[in-house]
Design a protein around this ligand. Structure first.
Ligand code: SF4
Ligand code: SF4
Length: 177
């Protein structure tokens, strides 16, 4: 049986009524995750995306969640102010069926890491409209091994190029090293 432990659960509450679609959250997120840090900003690399519907004055910030290997079978349908939105419109997954939440050059999945190492998420800090509200709490959890970030990235590459090609490439690289 897994041991009990505590972990800090961090959440960002989104108040869509306060969001005006300025996209400052996307800009700071992509700059923070650039290498070297703050050397560039490309919102296609942001781990938060603001879904726009300017005609209805609707802006919904969505955070990048987990990578999934296949398009899901069950979907959500949203109707807001009488308008029906695309089934995948507000989904957080980095999913093979769409381009959102993927690193544009490598295709590797992007996931919000809550700006690890920072006192508070930078998107929250930069949102002058208070549409993003940071909350942290301690929760009792069963401790289990979490997959490393590198494992998630390798899994995505194996799905995209095939496991054999990935193994051949690693073998070639290790000969050069
Ligand atoms: S910074 Fe705030 S107001 Fe601007 S798009 Fe992001 S969530 Fe909306
Ligand atoms: S918490 Fe940090 S990593 Fe997550 S979306 Fe906001 S700025 Fe990006």
């Amino acid at each position: 049986m897994a041991d009990k432990g505590t972990k800090q659960v961090k959440t960002i509450r989104v108040d869509v009524d306060k969001c005006n679609g300025c996209r400052a959250c996307e800009v700071v997120c992509s700059a923070f995750h650039a290498a070297p840090r703050y050397s560039s900003n490309n919102t296609a690399r942001a781990r938060i995306r603001v879904i726009h519907d300017p005609l209805r004055d609707l802006y919904v910030p969505v955070y990048a969640g987990d990578y999934v290997v296949a398009e899901c079978a069950g979907r959500d349908r949203y109707t807001i102010d009488g308008k029906e939105y695309d089934e995948c419109a507000f989904c957080r997954a980095s999913c093979p069926s769409r381009e959102i939440f993927k690193e544009p050059d490598s295709g590797l999945p992007l996931k919000c890491d809550m700006c690890e190492g920072e006192e508070q998420p930078l998107c929250v800090k930069w949102c002058i409209n208070d549409a993003l509200i940071y909350e942290a709490r301690e929760e009792e959890v069963e401790e289990e091994a979490k997959p490393e970030e590198i494992e998630i990235g390798l899994e995505a590459l194996a799905d995209k190029h095939g496991l054999q090609k990935l193994l051949d490439t690693v073998a070639r690289m290790s000969k050069k090293a």
